[in-house]
Design a protein around this ligand. Structure first.
Ligand SMILES: Cc1cc2nc3c(=O)[nH]c(=O)nc-3n(C[C@H](O)[C@H](O)[C@H](O)COP(=O)(O)OP(=O)(O)OC[C@H]3O[C@@H](n4cnc5c(N)ncnc54)[C@H](O)[C@@H]3O)c2cc1C
Length: 378
């Protein structure tokens, strides 16, 4: 009889949530991370993440984000911490862009509240934005900012409170599975359990090497800029979170949060990399490009000095949708990876789904979009 019911490999955005949901169900959980809690080496750091509801990527995400909103609220209550700041959110682009069309489609399918704004109305309502005539905006009331490091710490603290044993700075070196047991090996020991949940983020290609997942790890750069004008209009009470689709490219950002400046980045096809070799140094050209192609044209009031910058990694799938499924050879090994640069908002519902799959072998949530065999189906 193994000592644990479930092992969680990787305690970042998704793994911290999985550990929490498993432990809350009274299961014996042990979790491992190669770094300290809420570190800045993977995909879940950088002080802010957007949560939004009119999901342009696919209407199937909307029920999941509804559940995530409820679970973030539960976690706020349990932890006594502010995790989600509702600011409203706006998606801006030409009327025929996938961003605008996709958001309208999700709003239609799920009867979501939203406001449709022409360029002049956007400029009037939000003077920090300078959309060109002809652009439009979909303004949604429930969007806001998640504080990722606080979210992860809250999940981990509450998981530990519910009895999870969490090991930091203890990398899993190898794992194996037989029909009724799984094992992992770390530099400190050997652990057995009934099931394994793998939430290794940008390390998934290595940890799951034998599956040959179609994942591409990409380097991303974000910057924090001091506004030069309209200071108060950047505050969260006045400025929404925003995503722009211009010239076939996506840019996004946040209001000014505290004294950290305005965080702006491009959601792009980043340089291919691996989690162990990613270049952390940021070149001046990378910031100059962001200023030239986006900030200067569409948010000139944010074009002050660069206050900070960081790199982060996306783990992309070919279609941009997540992978949440059983391991193809082992029913007691569950995978969640390939969050393709938009997963964080869903972390608590992903944790719930992973707990369902590991303990019950099924989930009530519709995760058909995330099935692994879609790649084999072509
Ligand atoms: C710049 C940037 C901006 C983003 N913006 C948004 C946004 O606005 N909204 C949104 O919803 N999403 C956003 N995302 C995406 C989101 O942050 C990610 O999808 C999500 O955080 C991925 O979580 P994860 O658990 O898969 O990865 P991680 O949080 O990186 O967790 C993986 C963990 O596994 C551990 N690990 C790996 N291998 C091992 C091993 N062998 N042994 C032990 N531990 C191991 C790692 O140390 C790490 O802690 C953004 C991502 C980036 C990079």
């Amino acid at each position: 009889m193994p000592l644990y019911d479930v092992i969680v490999l990787g305690l970042g955005g998704m793994g911290s949530a999985a550990a929490y949901h498993l432990a809350r169900r009274g299961r014996r959980v042990v979790g491992f991370d190669r770094f300290p809690a809420a570190h800045d080496q993977g995909s879940s750091h950088g002080r802010s993440r957007i949560i939004r509801e009119a999901y342009w990527e696919h209407p199937s995400y909307v029920p999941l984000v509804w559940r995530a909103y409820d679970l973030w609220e539960d976690l706020e209550r349990a932890s006594g911490k502010l995790l989600l700041l509702t600011t409203t959110g706006i998606l801006i682009g030409a009327p025929d862009t996938p961003l605008v069309q996709g958001a309208l489609e999700s709003a239609r399918v799920h009867h979501l509240a939203y406001e449709f704004l022409e360029a002049a109305a956007i400029r009037r309502k939000f003077p920090v934005f300078a959309p060109a005539d002809g652009m439009v905006g979909v303004l949604e009331p429930r969007a806001g900012v998640l504080f990722p490091e606080e979210c992860i710490l809250a999940h981990l603290e509450q998981a530990a409170r519910a009895g999870a044993e969490l090991h930091y700075e203890e990398p899993v070196l190898a794992w194996s599975a037989a029909p009724h047991a799984v094992e992992v090996q770390t530099p400190r020991g050997h652990y057995e359990a009934g099931a394994l949940v793998i939430t290794a983020g940008p390390w998934a290609p290595q940890v799951l090497e034998e599956v040959g997942l179609p994942l591409a790890v990409e380097r991303q750069v974000v910057g924090w800029f001091r506004p030069v004008d309209l200071q108060a209009a950047f505050d969260p009470g006045s400025c929404p979170v925003y995503v722009w689709h211009v010239d076939g490219r996506f840019f996004y950002g946040f209001p000014r949060l505290g004294d950290e400046g305005v965080k702006i980045a491009e959601h792009k096809t980043g340089h291919p990399t691996t989690a162990d070799t990613v270049r952390r140094e940021i070149m001046p050209e990378e910031i100059a490009e962001l200023r030239r192609d986006f900030i200067g044209r569409y948010m000139p009031a944010a074009s002050g000095p660069l206050l900070a910058s960081t790199t982060c990694m996306y783990t992309m799938t070919p279609d941009g949708h997540f992978i949440i499924d059983f391991h193809p050879q082992h029913q007691n090994v569950v995978l969640a990876c390939g969050f393709s640069g938009h997963g964080f908002k869903f972390a608590p519902v992903v944790g719930e789904i992973l707990a369902d799959l590991a303990l019950l072998g099924r989930t009530e949530h519709d995760i058909s979009l995330f099935a692994l065999d879609r790649f084999a189906r072509g």
